[in-house]
Design a protein. Structure first.
Length: 161
């Protein structure tokens, strides 16, 4: 049986889902992404040698701010009380790996907040290195795991390739 799209009504029009009757539960989402770049650029980030400043610190703050502003950016997202946002940025082999964990106790999940956090953190990395590496690119932004709500626990399956 095919799953029904919740943000589309019977006539096919976009709608905001009514979550009023859903119970508040603890919800967590983890998302990740990667900014690939020249090895020299990654080394400069790690050494703190990018002229605009501390790339990882600025990207972390940008990601946290973005998670809190997700409903302003994604039209059908509910404004919810975010309890915590943790952003990890790690320089590794010509890339910056980004991971975000977002927590709440609410009626809807925080997957979009985690994805927005990772995306904006990645955009911030690119903004800070674009003068030295205009070819930097954000890749593999995805939800890794989520918990809470009706569907409970979900974790991205291991790649089998």
């Amino acid at each position: 049986m095919a799953k029904k799209l919740t943000h589309v009504d019977e006539a096919g029009a976009a709608r905001m889902v009514d979550v009023g009757a859903k119970p508040e539960t603890e919800r967590v989402a983890i998302a990740s992404g990667v900014v690939t770049m020249a090895e020299a650029t990654a080394e400069a980030i790690g050494a703190g040698a990018i002229g605009k400043g501390d790339v990882l610190a600025v990207a972390r703050i940008a990601g946290i701010q973005a998670a809190k502003r997700t409903p302003d950016l994604v039209p059908l997202c509910h404004p919810i009380a975010i309890h915590a946002v943790a952003v990890d940025l790690r320089v590794d082999d010509g890339a910056v790996a980004i991971s975000a964990t977002v927590r709440t106790a609410d009626r809807t999940g925080v997957e979009m907040e985690a994805l927005t956090c990772v995306s904006v953190a990645g955009l911030t990395v690119i903004d800070m290195v674009k003068a030295v590496d205009p070819a930097a690119v954000i890749t593999d932004v995805r939800v890794e795991a989520k918990s809470g709500g009706k569907t409970g626990e979900w974790r991205r399956p291991e790649d089998r390739s």
